[in-house]
Design a protein around this ligand. Sequence first.
Ligand code: CLF
Ligand code: SF4
Length: 505
Amino acid sequence: MDPKPHRIIEIPVTVQGGCSNPKPSAGSGCGTGQNGGLPAHIQAKIQDHPCYSEEAHHHFARMHLAVAPACNIQCHYCNRKYDCSNESRPGVVSEVLKPAQAIHKALTVAAGIPEMTVVGIAGPGDALANPTRTFATFRGIREQDPGIKLCLSTNGLALPQHVDELVALGVDHVTITINSIDPEIGARIHPWILWERRRVFGREGAEILIRQQQKGLEMLVEQGVLVKVNSVMIPDINDRHLKEVSRMVKEKGAFLHNVMPLISDPAHGTYFGLNGRRGPTEAELSALRDECGGNMNMMRHCRQCRADAVGMLGEDRGEEFSLERIDQAPLNYDVVRERRDQVQASIRERMAARKRQGDTVTSMPSARPVAHQTTRPVLMAVATKGGGLVNQHFGYAREFLIYKATPEGVRFEGHRRADLYCSGPDACNDRTQVLASTVRALEDCEVLLCARIGIEPWSVLEAAGIMPNGEHAMAPIEDAVMAVYREMMAAGRLDMSEREAIQCA
Ligand code: CLF
Ligand code: SF4
């Protein structure tokens, strides 16, 4: 970190609107997991948004429309050949769509994926550096289907002048990427901005960016829009500072904070990547999220999706819906809407039924104490293809969800990407290598829950201290994690010495 004393820009808080109120039952975890104590109007806004509610991400899908190619700032973690890394992970360049193409694509995806509740614009540049394209797209979708939620992600520079239009269009969810509230730190991340038709460099540019972000945040909160703040965690630049960012954005009424790891593969050609700036480790990221989580609702299920992502978080069905592949003929949208409404109503009913049973999937500590305080926590990896169930074969998992079981209950911790073990009988990956990389990704987990698993991976995982378990196939994830935790406890495998208990606390 730069040793100079820095000035933190903090515009005095002028509004404390609806969702700025401290979240309910929370305590320390992610307020998006257990939505129980939220005011009804907030709950209604998040209950089927896969990013704003951890529970919803097991059931509902989102799509992004890549209509915004230009950007008005430079981030050192971005290479313009790739998608905007404020909301996306680097990948191949998205197919940039015209508004009419984007509207047709959204309706086509709604027909093909009735679980899709949200359409977002998140790049590949900045949504509000391309306001004509962005608003034409939103307007077209809104006219065709008021039942689809509209969501926008921006770096915030041009946000204040567009708040009224966003509100008028019924955009209820806006993400602002705020990496710092200190211009000295900001200038190390954003070397320049485009402001009033000129480039403004360094500290001066960062100062303008920070002011615009905070002003936009306040204006949105005042109008009742739910604001999520994304921050890219960059070791030795803003990592320690992000706790301060979290505190400030909470004070100003942001609903949720999403701390994402810097992705800095040199192959992506970014300034940070080429200059050897590393991303944080899983442990560093998790520790920072916990520290920020003392004040703020933290998102832990972000997948850093592409600007043209389609499907459930964690899956990408974008290719199925490329311009080349989608049928350009007009749709009978009444039929689409009817089917979509039926499918989504039945998902909501299933979720409500689970809640009534009192065993809803949650990222909050559950109210089911199971042991005394010297019982140690356990991390478990889960293979799932959605629905909140342990329902995926190990060989088909491209990622594992990570849950922490403690005497206080079960908490969602995040996800780990994995290479596909089974890519079909004719396309065998180097399975030894795949298993080695899965073992590395899950090295701190003691259990792996999946629907099925073959003998070979079973043996390798078990030898590495990660016990596979297929006995809870099709069970709700949290129940399965808790059941295994209880079994481990009954077998005396969780007792800690007094010293370990102190370290753990
Ligand atoms: Fe897209 Fe972002 Fe809306 Fe979600 S993504 S614009 S809020 S609909 Fe979600 Fe993807 Fe993470 Fe973004 S998982 S990168 S937080
Ligand atoms: Fe790249 Fe997004 Fe930053 Fe613009 S705001 S420079 S597109 S990461």
